[in-house]
Design a protein around this ligand. Structure first.
Ligand code: CTP
Length: 401
C-alpha cells in the first residue's frame, strides 16, 4: 500500500536502514524506517487517509512523520532531499541518487540497504555500499573516515551492533574509533545523548561482553574517569545477569528498569561523590540522581545486615521495603550468602503479599480510636504474621488485646 501511495504521488519510496538489515539478521524489528524521494509528511498523510488502525505524528522542522499502528508497529518516514540531486543532466545510472545520498550519511554499511516499495521495481534490494558482503562477513564498517568525528555516539552503536549480531568491528573502523578516543570526540556530547547510548547498551540481551568491549577501548572513562572493569566488577555484572534471569522466571509482574540494575552494578566501585559526578555527566534529572544516591546507600546497608546472619522475615521486610525494585535486585546480586539471596527472593515473591487479617474497621470495633496507633498495631500484626507468630484472625485479636 505504501507503494501505491508512492505511485499516486509520483514519488519513489524505500524501506531503509535497520529494518532492511533485520530482514537478514533478525525478525523482531518493530520500528520501520522509510525514505520518500519527496515530501514525507504529505506522503504520510496520503497513506493515513481513510485508515483507522494508526495515528500520525508529523515533525515539520525535519520534514519527518511517524505512523503509530495499533498493532505496535511504528514507522518513521523521512524525506530524501531530492533538490540537491535533481540536476537536468542526471544520468540514468543515478536514478536512485537521492536515496543513495541519504544512505551514505548513515553510520555503518550494514545499515545502508534499501528496498524499493513502489513502481515496477517493487521489492528491489538496493545495496550501494556492499552491506550484503559485510553481513556475510559479519563485520561492522563505517562508510567514511569522518563518521565518528561527525557523530561520536556511533562508537557506542558499533559496539552494540557488534555484540548483538556476533559481528566484529573492521580494522579500519577500529582505528577510527581509536582516533575518536584519542581526540576525545565525546567531550562535546550532551549528557542525555551519552546516557542514551549507555542505556541502549545496558538494555541489550547480552550486556557484559559489550561492557568488556567498552573497557578494551578505554571508553568507560568517557562516562567517569574512575569507572573501571575489575574482576570484582565483572563478577557483580554476572550476578546481576543471574538475578535478572531469576527475576524473569519468578513471574513478578512489576515494571523493571533493567538498565538501572546493570548501571548500579557497573558503577558499584564508585564512591558517593563519584556516583554523583557520573549522574551529572549523564544529565540525570535531580529526581533520578537522588533516587540513585539515596537508595544505593540504603541497599549497601541492607547487604551488610542481611549477610551477617539469617534475618527474621519481619526484619528482611523492613530492610527491603524502602528500596525500589532495582535496588532490591542489587542487594540480591551483591550478597554472596545464599540465605541473604533467599531472603530477597522470598520478599519479592511472597512477603510483599502478606497482610494482617484485621483492618482499621476491626480495630475501631474493638474500641481503638483512629489515629497513628492504627499503623503501629497493623505493622506489629504484619511482623507477627511474617514471622509465623500469628496464623489466624483469632491469633491476631489475641495479640492486639
Ligand atoms: N543512524 C546513524 N547514526 C546514528 C544513529 C542512527 O547513521 N548515530 C542511522 C542508521 O543507519 C540506522 C538509522 O539511522 O539504521 C535508524 O536509527 P536507529 O533507529 O537508532 O537504529 P537501528 O539501526 O534501527 O537500531 P536498533 O535496532 O537498535 O533500533
Amino acid at each position: 500500500q505504501m507503494g501505491k501511495v508512492g505511485d499516486d504521488l509520483g514519488e519513489d519510496v524505500y524501506l531503509v536502514g535497520g529494518s532492511v538489515r533485520d530482514l537478514f539478521l533478525r525478525s523482531d524489528h518493530l520500528d520501520i524506517d522509510v525514505v520518500v524521494e519527496g515530501d514525507a509528511i504529505e506522503f504520510a498523510r496520503a497513506f493515513a487517509q481513510g485508515r483507522d488502525d494508526l495515528r500520525l505524528r508529523t515533525h515539520k522542522k525535519f520534514n519527518t512523520a511517524k505512523l503509530l499502528f495499533d498493532s505496535g508497529l511504528t514507522m518513521d518516514l523521512a524525506t530524501a532531499r531530492l533538490e540537491y540531486y535533481m540536476s537536468p543532466a542526471a544520468l540514468p545510472v543515478v536514478e536512485h541518487s537521492s536515496v543513495k545520498l541519504d544512505l551514505y550519511r548513515r553510520d555503518f554499511t550494514i545499515n545502508t540497504m534499501a528496498v524499493r516499495l513502489n513502481g515496477r521495481q517493487f521489492g528491489l534490494l538496493i545495496d550501494f555500499f556492499e552491506a550484503m558482503r559485510d553481513i556475510k562477513e559479519k563485520v561492522i564498517r563505517v562508510l567514511h573516515n569522518l563518521s565518528f568525528v561527525e557523530d561520536p555516539t556511533r562508537v557506542f552503536r558499533a559496539i552494540r551492533f557488534e555484540q548483538r549480531f556476533g559481528f566484529r568491528i573492521g580494522k579500519l573502523t577500529e582505528a577510527l574509533i581509536k582516533n575518536a578516543i584519542k581526540i576525545d570526540a565525546f567531550r562535546r556530547l550532551t549528557g542525555s545523548r551519552l546516557f542514551g547510548e549507555l542505556k541502549h547498551i545496558l538494555e541489550e540481551e547480552s550486556v557484559t561482553p559489550a561492557i568488556e568491549r567498552l573497557n578494551e577501548f578505554k571508553l568507560l572513562r568517557v562516562f567517569h574517569p574512575a569507572l573501571q572493569l575489575t574482576a570484582k566488577q565483572l563478577e557483580l555484572l554476572d550476578q546481576a545477569e543471574e538475578t535478572l534471569a531469576w527475576y524473569r522466571l519468578s513471574f513478578i509482574d512489576k515494571p523493571l528498569r533493567r538498565w538501572l540494575l546493570y548501571f548500579l552494578a557497573l558503577a558499584d566501585g564508585l564512591d558517593e561523590q563519584q556516583m554523583t559526578e557520573l549522574c551529572q555527566r549523564l544529565g540525570f534529572a535531580p529526581k533520578l540522581r537522588e533516587e540513585i544516591t539515596e537508595m544505593r546507600a540504603k541497599a549497601l546497608r541492607c547487604v551488610n545486615v542481611l549477610q551477617r546472619r539469617a534475618a527474621r522475615p519481619s526484619q528482611t521486610f523492613e530492610l527491603l521495603r524502602p528500596l525500589g525494585l532495582e535496588f532490591q535486585l542489587l542487594v540480591m546480586a551483591k550478597t554472596s550468602k545464599d540465605y541473604a539471596k533467599k531472603a530477597v527472593s522470598q520478599y519479592l515473591t511472597t512477603m510483599v503479599r502478606v497482610r494482617p487479617e484485621l483492618g482499621g474497621q476491626d480495630l475501631k470495633a474493638m474500641g481503638y480510636l483512629p489515629g497513628p496507633l492504627y499503623k503501629q498495631i497493623l505493622d506489629t500484626l504484619l511482623a507477627a504474621r511474617l514471622d509465623g507468630q500469628v496464623q489466624t484472625r483469632q491469633d491476631e485479636i489475641d495479640l492486639v488485646e
